[in-house]
Design a binder for this molecule. Sequence first.
Ligand code: ZN
Ligand code: ZN
Ligand code: ZN
Ligand code: ZN
Ligand code: ZN
Ligand code: ZN
Ligand code: ZN
Length: 406
Amino acid sequence: MCSIFESTIYPDPESEKAIMGSVVYCIHHKEGCQWSDELRKLKAHLNTCKHDAVLCAAHCGAMIPRVLMQDHLRYTCPRRRANCEHCHTEFSGSALEEHQGNCGHEPIYCENKCGAKVQRRHTQQHLQQHCSKRLVPCRHCGQKYTQDTVCAHGEGCARAPVPCPQRCAAPVPRDLLDAHLRDHCTAAALPCSFRDAGCRFKGSRQAVERHTEESCAQHLCLVSAVAARQARQLDALRAAVARLSLNCTGALVWRIADWTAKMAEAKCKDGVELVSPAFYTSQYGYKLQASLFLNGNGAGESTHMSVYIKILPGEYDALLRWPFAHTVSFTLFDQSSSPDRACNIVESFVPDPTWKNFQRPSKEPDALGFGFPRFVSHEMLKKRNFVKDDIMFLRVKVDPSKIVAV
Ligand SMILES: [Zn+2]
Ligand SMILES: [Zn+2]
Ligand SMILES: [Zn+2]
Ligand SMILES: [Zn+2]
Ligand SMILES: [Zn+2]
Ligand SMILES: [Zn+2]
Ligand SMILES: [Zn+2]
């Protein structure tokens, strides 16, 4: 069958000749081969057609168009021989591909982003020793900073030593400078410890010590001047306090304590006079003082207790009316435990304008004043509770009206 068929379809040599003689394009026409000729010459052309694929000359097994063979052998053939551009070691193509990305000589950017490019094999050393972004401790405070900022930090670091402004020997950590100047600096100008007394000396610690030893007399003068000044101030203060505590109500309740002892003294000595605190009849009024003779004087001597009032020179005398014309009353309080049954002793008088005791007093009044030599008898004193717990209360009251008030 087959042979019959073959003989049946075997081409006619004439027509074959015609076919082989027909003009065709190279099968790689579309890839760019411009060859065109009789079909019978095609096979020979393909042996040299630049676009026809042939086995790789390096025997990698790939079919490569002739036109690309040179590139293939140079760049992509796994069996090519090539040098690493960084380390210049020769590799086969596939080994080079593996080598790339691992080559120790390839420069790569620092992973700390310091901007430096370093060969891969030196990156550890760079990170540890040279990288400007590596952390290094400040040599003063020990805090860690990147290498490119540690200097700037160090200039302001609180622990950085600075020279003492007083130029003593040692530099001092900045944060201890205040304490140093205050307590430790050997060159600081310290004030003399008698500064408050007025000594102006200043110097180093040693100089002050020497000065203190040498200046005893001078310091003593200063201190004594201070004491004198303070004494004057105390006097002024006492006067101010006395002025502030002055009684200006026109009424004085005079508390006489230690009565028994005072009475005993009055009995054995002549003329023992007790004087009350001074008081004013009003803020700018007359200045008065009461006096008391426990054992009496004048007509009441040895039998009565006598009371008097006298006018002292006051600060506003120049503005006041003279003679003094106010009613004055004395009240001796009965300190009975039941106030209803208390029986006070009251005496009062209206000043006599002719009596010299009521004229404006001189600077040195020695007058006895005006009052009652027989204010209350010693017998009467014993009868009621005029003295209780060894205390007696006597009120002296000045009434601005002239009417006798009882
Ligand atoms: Zn071709
Ligand atoms: Zn190849
Ligand atoms: Zn390499
Ligand atoms: Zn770096
Ligand atoms: Zn620091
Ligand atoms: Zn110092
Ligand atoms: Zn001094």
